[in-house]
Design a protein around this ligand. Structure first.
Ligand code: PGA
Length: 265
């Protein structure tokens, strides 16, 4: 099997793997090391989690390691990037359900340390709930890790493309947002039709994401190649949210498979 190849794209550190399996194993290995280092240093690990198709293999690997006794998440706390709004936690399409299926229901993580924005809060309380989520992360000492995927429009979490200046975009708090048309189109895969897609969501803000002590951006598959190249080689702009990760490049690693890296040149 061909080896992974490290790349420097401008200031970004990028690792290209032959396939999604090897990229996912790299991400799982790094998460395991971050947990071990944080628990050794502070007695706990605070992990920002992502949903979507991309991280499923990573969670499968982590769950298998916990089942085998090679890893424990007993000292971990997690904060997920986002949740549809409004949605019931038991709805199979909720990210609470996704995380239960792929990780929480399979590992030794305490139920009161696996935090996901609540798609059932009353609308008048959504802003306060979002602000509270940011305060919980801060009270936990900030994120040791944020795992990210990238949307075809460059979104991170549900921080969608924006015309804000970069510094204002980078300061965005956790909040209720409208989904971008490309995000809605991609969600048809789960929801069945465009009309069925829940068009709003609560998302962790760009500020909390960029403040993470370590960020893993995982992108696999040919569909991500154009946006990965734009985010890494185009201008740093809120119009391509993931490009803003280059403002904290020393804390970010991009883990790609060859198809996702195809447009990097
Ligand atoms: P995907 O989503 O893993 O399902 O492609 C990525 C994202 O939108 O962040």
């Amino acid at each position: 099997m061909p080896a992974e190849r490290p790349l420097r794209v401008a200031d970004a550190s990028v690792i290209v793997h032959p396939d999604a399996e090897s990229a996912s194993k790299d991400a799982a290995d790094r998460i395991e090391r971050i947990v071990a280092d944080a628990v050794a240093a502070r007695g706990k690990a605070v992990l920002g989690m992502a949903t979507g198709a991309t991280p499923e293999k990573v969670y499968g690997l982590l769950a298998a390691r916990v089942a085998a006794g090679a890893l424990s998440l007993r000292d971990a706390t997690t904060y997920n990037l986002d949740e549809y709004y409004p949605i019931q936690p038991l709805d199979p399409l909720s990210y609470r359900s996704y995380m239960h299926r792929h990780l929480f229901g399979r590992v030794d993580l305490a139920a009161n340390r696996a935090h996901i924005l609540d798609g059932t809060v009353p609308e008048h309380a959504a802003a306060e709930h979002a602000a509270q989520f940011d305060r919980w992360i801060e009270a936990d000492g900030g994120l040791d890790l944020q795992l990210l995927g990238i949307g075809r429009n460059g979104h991170i979490g549900f921080n969608e493309p924006s015309d804000l200046p970069v510094d204002e975009f980078a300061a965005l708090p956790t909040r209720l947002v409208d989904l971008h048309p490309i995000t809605v189109a991609d969600a048809v895969r789960e929801f069945g039709s465009p009309e069925a897609v829940i068009p709003r969501a609560l998302t962790m803000g760009v500020r909390a994401i960029l403040a993470a002590r370590s960020i893993i951006m995982l992108a696999t598959g040919a569909k991500k190649a154009p946006i990965v190249a734009q985010a890494l080689k185009g201008p740093i702009t809120a119009a391509v949210p993931a490009s803003v990760l280059r403002t904290v490049a020393d804390r970010v690693v991009w883990i790609l498979d060859e198809p996702a890296a195809a447009d990097l040149g």
